[in-house]
Design a protein around this ligand. Structure first.
Ligand code: ACO
Length: 314
């Protein structure tokens, strides 16, 4: 369900973290019956990063976002950690991250699979409307821990990483102009992971529904923002598969060249993928004040989320 946005909040700064260990497609050729060419052609992935803990990567990304924002960590009121691969069942990994960063604030995990960062960003704007001043939103994953490295249909896709954003109160309406969140629990069996199990996936079902869910979430948020696809300067999609992004862009009428893509070097990092791709565009100088950015993701559940923001950060 969507409603009109009156946020009064802006995304101030970004930070990311990737584990050091690179696993190339050539490395995977040694592990399962696959090839570099097949993986590139079907997914766009060349290599991915593996290692670390969800809390450790999250804290590294969060620290960079705090430093870049030039803010006092004690001014953060809430930490929202989007993750589908928490380090423990209990407590929330957000509490570990809070301790690692030395924050004194509320902390919670949010699991909306790969849509989690956008869900967290929208929730942060809502918390700020209710009185908070600064919120740290992080997407962090160690999917390698729940990946079956003998299953060629999944191990070529999933990887580890984190991305963070400081969201803060601002004068006026803020940067969020339209948003949409959704879920279709009927598709639960298309991608799931049981306790102590590994990810099970029906790639075809995910592919087909992902394209439709991305289109729907993007259109609803554009409509709320009173913008058309032509008004969008940058699209930051969930990095699951280059072909899913190409098909979604085509349906939306947005040139693929307007997307920020990091999947070739990161693989699918679930809730970390959108902040990783946003930070990459920012670092490459592709983001300027006033730019309209469409963040759009989908994931297990089958969740989807989109947000249209105008960049007003550092
Ligand atoms: N290497 C070589 N061959 C392979 C591999 C592999 N790694 N994996 C499958 N194959 C084979 C299959 O067995 C099949 O062989 P067959 O024709 O003899 O039966 C053939 O390649 C084609 O397989 P398809 O499944 O049709 O390949 P497809 O083009 O659909 O690509 C893929 C598979 C990449 C998984 C694709 O379906 C996809 O990306 N789906 C979406 C997955 C996704 O986005 N998941 C995450 C979403 S939610 C989240 O991010 C947590």
């Amino acid at each position: 369900m969507s409603s009109s946005a009156k946020s009064g909040a802006r995304m101030l700064s970004l930070g990311t973290a990737l584990p050091e260990r690179v696993v190339s497609n050539k490395d995977l050729e040694e592990m399962v019956n696959t090839s570099h060419d097949w993986i590139v052609e079907r997914s766009g992935i060349h290599e991915r990063r593996v290692g670390g803990s969800t809390a450790g990567l999250a804290a590294d990304a969060g620290k960079i976002a705090i430093e870049r924002g030039g803010i006092d960590p004690s001014s953060i009121d809430l930490l929202i950690l989007a993750t589908t691969s928490p380090d423990r069942q209990v407590p929330a990994t957000a509490s570990t991250v809070q301790e690692l960063l030395g924050l004194h604030c509320g902390a919670m995990d949010l699991n909306a699979a790969c849509s989690g960062f956008v869900y967290g960003l929208i929730a942060a704007h809502g918390f700020i409307q209710m009185g908070h001043n600064r919120i740290l939103v992080i997407g962090s994953e160690t999917l390698s821990r729940i990946t079956d490295w003998t299953d060629r249909s999944t191990c070529i896709l999933f990887a580890d990483g984190a991305g963070a954003a400081v969201v803060e109160r601002t004068e006026g309406r803020g940067d969020l102009h339209g948003w949409h969140v959704d879920s279709n629990g009927a598709l639960e069996e298309a991608l799931f992971c049981d306790f102590d199990g590994k990810i099970q996936m029906n790639g075809h079902a995910i592919f087909k529904n992902a394209v439709l869910a991305m289109e729907n979430a993007a259109q609803k948020s554009l409509s709320m923002a009173n913008l058309t696809p032509d008004d969008i300067d940058l699209v930051v999609p969930h990095q699951a598969n280059v072909r899913i992004v190409e098909a979604s862009c085509k349906r939306l009428g947005i040139p693929y060249e307007k997307t920020s893509m990091v999947i070739h070097r990161t693989g699918n990092t679930s809730s970390a993928s959108i902040p990783l791709a946003l930070e990459d565009a920012w670092a490459e100088g592709r983001v300027s004040k006033g730019d309209n950015i469409l963040l759009v993701g989908f994931g297990a559940g089958m969740t989807s989320a989109a947000a249209v923001i105008t960049w007003d950060g550092v």
